[in-house]
Design a protein around this ligand. Sequence first.
Ligand SMILES: *[C@@H]1O[C@H](CO)[C@@H](O)[C@H](O)[C@H]1NC(C)=O
Ligand SMILES: *[C@@H]1O[C@H](CO)[C@@H](O)[C@H](O)[C@H]1NC(C)=O
Length: 488
Amino acid sequence: MYLTRGTGRLRILMVSVLLIFTFWHLFSWQTEPYAFSIGSLHHAPTYNLSGHTEFWRQLQPLFEKHEPNCDPPRRIGNAQTVGYKTSDPDARPDMLEMSTRDVWSMTKAHSDFVDAINANPPSLSYVPGSKGLVCTAGGPYLPVLVISLRMLRRTGSKLPVEVFLASRDEYEEYICDKVLPSLNAKCVILSQVLDKSLVSRPIEKYQLKPFAMLFSSFEDILFLDADAFPLAKPESLFEREPFQSKGMLTWPDFWASSASPLYYRIASQEVAAMDLRQATESGEVLISKRTHFKTLLLSAYYNYWGPTHYYRLFSQGAAGEGDKETFIAAATALGEPFYQVSERICAIGHSTKGGLAGSAMVQFNPIEDYKLTQKGIWRVAGDDAVKQPRPFFIHANFPKFNPATLFSQQAVNPAFNDDGSYTRAWTIPEIVINEFGRDVEKEFWAEILWTGCKLENKFKSWENQTAICQNVKKYWTAMFGQEDPRGV
Ligand SMILES: *[C@@H]1O[C@H](CO)[C@@H](O)[C@H](O)[C@H]1NC(C)=O
Ligand SMILES: *[C@@H]1O[C@H](CO)[C@@H](O)[C@H](O)[C@H]1NC(C)=O
């Protein structure tokens, strides 16, 4: 009897060991350390809080001194959001009203601010010769950012990253102290700089982007939205034309400009032709603080007075009101150079009854685009015969590929067909998907799976969520079978 019980126990033990071994083998990727093997990295400079604070103490009084000093422009309606056209463009919308006196007041404030930064600019704090990525995140954007950074590291990029959080409340110890450093990224709390000021004025949402650039440590900056990632090493963009000679690169939006004629009067500029270029999609911006510090200062001025005055002047209620137009507007007003990629932004997604369910946008290689436009070839204006530049960035903006929300019912469901069955998210247009040259979407899902499982209990915004890992794993298995995501 004693013996039998012993054998039974042994059998249970053996089966257990076998089971544990099997599970450990199947899911061992879940228990791996979060370190991404990226070799030696270019370590981020120590953040110079006193340098940035000192700079802000010089800059903010200039913003306040040159405030618009008048009522906000009055809306008489919203401008239509219309696609960009190279021929026969629609007339520039004119949907704002301002008294002559108010226009004069803003014009004077604008030109006095420009005079002030020309005569005696506050000195920006940055590490000479440094290059890096800057982004803003916090709350539900943090998981999305971790996924994007893991996609960035897949390209072999070693650039350091500064992640700007609006305030101390957004600082998540585990993410900022463990996960991000393993990806050579560092959290910077913007309010630690901004609060050291005499006037307290909230800086939030879209305004954070130019301020993150202004207060980053790097000389040459690639700003990326938390939900955007490159398909190739972004190092090349800094090293080549057009960045070398222009010092500032932007990418286009789908839309035509909807800036008010009043903006051009205030900035003492000719009204820009509607076919000059597309509006800007500011999810990706390359800028040198050395060559373009004045552009950054004026852009920050537009954003500082954005919610009350300038955002309206740049967008008049059309899609995408915010910081997006302030970079090119500032460079133009100051006569500083820039290059905006001409290749059209491209929506990618999957096919539904209603047509393309777009869940991301592709932006193209600026080095190749510049080579074409230097030869006088404008594909956007119909020179379609030549091959398009290669895709360079994916901006997975709508909805966010946050594994905690991705599988719930939303306006666009990138992972589901009309009938509720699973689908791959990015299948059309094929011509662009094929240009990726590899299964980028599968890599993306591998990182979504890693983040959803490995960090399931780590993000504050996921605190009360359940089955995050389980949901992504179910999707992964349905789409990619038993394949180990580590091998992707
Ligand atoms: C920090 O910035 C200040 C002001 O720009 C500068 O004097 C100082 O040398 C900087 N410190 C470091 C460690 O770079
Ligand atoms: C999670 O639930 C607790 C208790 O109801 C609540 O206090 C907390 O704010 C919730 N967290 C999030 C991120 O929603």
